[in-house]
Ligand binder design. Structure first.
Ligand SMILES: NC(=O)C1=CN([C@@H]2O[C@H](COP(=O)(O)OP(=O)(O)OC[C@H]3O[C@@H](n4cnc5c(N)ncnc54)[C@H](OP(=O)(O)O)[C@@H]3O)[C@@H](O)[C@H]2O)C=CC1
Ligand SMILES: O=C(CO)COP(=O)(O)O
Length: 332
């Protein structure tokens, strides 16, 4: 049994907490909102973020006190909305135990700095590379919360840390694979959200399978090119964290990014789609960061560029699709 603390009791943080508890660990959730803390601690229920689970495991508790949350942690899992992570983690910088492994579940690129979450977490906590682990894959929280069979990828440049975290989250229904490609994992998880926005938009506008397949495949080419330029292993993009997560996220209304895009395709404004979103749609702020990262790495990002015009200028789905390809015919 390992003492594990999860920072952020959102839909995925709480679900992953349940996975860790099911695997036999002692799990402490940390959340800001007293209502969420009391719900998990006193009633084993997160009515705000994960109402579909009636009773969370007994070996799962919660606190709003930062020092108490991490005091005995051997593993600290971060599941905070990506754009808020740096600021939220600053308060934990001096209190996380010296040898604890820190795991990021987040899928986003920081707007303004264009940094991946491995970079943000390590900078915010002053964490050495060998204590950082990323987890990413086709992991729609509601399905895993219902204990439906799923797999994920656990990546670290330190094989011992990856193995420790993989063992800690292995259950009969949740199967972790390990990898050493942290950059690839981060790029896949973040960029697929932008692709899901575009696919959702096309679906919301009424288009079918061909259009969805076109966006997903061109999106995969875009995220692979950008990932390679950032230093990722191209093999990662063909795996669970790449194609796997694209299939899950671009194909399900359980995805907040897909749903956000679908609402845009149905004619809602960005403000209206934000209001009805059930949790964070990371692709929205990440879109600008992907365009900026593309400029920085000299990689064309037509899909992210077109989606940034949707988000900032309100262009239609037809216009967005029109922007994906120039008039010139090129080799695939
Ligand atoms: N849901 C899913 O299926 C999956 C999600 N992910 C990724 O995991 C991350 C978290 O997602 P998820 O839990 O679903 O999102 P939710 O929208 O359900 O929750 C977001 C979490 O971030 C916290 N948060 C937001 N702002 C702050 C802040 N300033 N300080 C501290 N905490 C803050 C929220 O706290 P509060 O509740 O108090 O607002 C909440 O715990 C995202 O990056 C997402 O892409 C990855 C795989 C699957
Ligand atoms: O990352 C996810 C599934 O793997 C969840 O997607 P959303 O954040 O769009 O809900």
């Amino acid at each position: 049994m390992t003492n594990i603390t999860v920072l952020g009791a959102g839909a995925w943080g709480t679900t992953f907490g349940q996975v860790l508890a099911d695997a036999g660990n002692s799990v402490t959730m940390w959340a800001i909102e007293p209502e969420i803390v009391e719900g998990i601690r006193d009633h084993h229920h997160n009515a705000v973020r994960l109402p579909s689970v009636e009773r969370l495991p007994e070996n799962m508790t919660a606190t709003g006190d930062r020092a108490e949350a991490v005091r005995d942690a051997e593993i600290v899992v971060v599941a905070i909305a990506a754009q808020a992570a740096r600021k939220a983690l600053a308060d934990f910088r001096d209190i996380i135990p010296a040898h604890a492994i820190v795991v990021s579940l987040m899928k986003g690129i920081e707007r303004g700095t264009n940094k991946r979450m491995d970079e943000v977490v390590r900078e915010a906590l002053d964490l050495p590379e060998n204590r950082f682990v990323a987890v990413s894959g086709p992991n729609l929280s509601k399905e895993i919360a219902a204990r439906e069979p799923s797999a994920t990828v656990v990546a670290s440049t330190n094989p011992y840390a990856a193995a420790k975290v993989a063992n800690a989250c292995s259950t009969s229904y949740f199967h972790p694979f390990t990898s050493n490609d942290v950059i690839g994992l981060e790029m896949c998880g973040s960029l697929k959200n932008v692709v899901a926005l575009a696919v959702g938009m096309a679906r919301g506008a009424g288009y079918g399978e061909n259009t969805a397949a076109m966006i997903e495949t061109r999106g995969l080419a875009e995220l692979t090119a950008l990932g390679k330029a950032a230093g990722a292993d191209p093999k990662t993009f063909a795996g669970l964290a790449g194609v796997g997560d694209l299939i899950a996220t671009c194909g399900s209304p359980l995805s907040r990014n897909y749903t956000f895009g679908a609402n845009l395709g149905k004619g809602l404004t960005v403000e209206e789609a934000t209001k009805v979103s059930n949790g964070v749609a990371e692709g929205v702020p990440t879109t600008d960061a992907v365009v900026a990262l593309g400029d920085q790495l000299h990689v064309p990002t037509p899909l992210a560029f077109a989606m940034s015009h949707v988000l900032h200028e309100g262009i239609s789905c037809e216009q967005m699709l029109g922007e994906l390809f120039g008039t010139e015919i090129t080799a695939e």
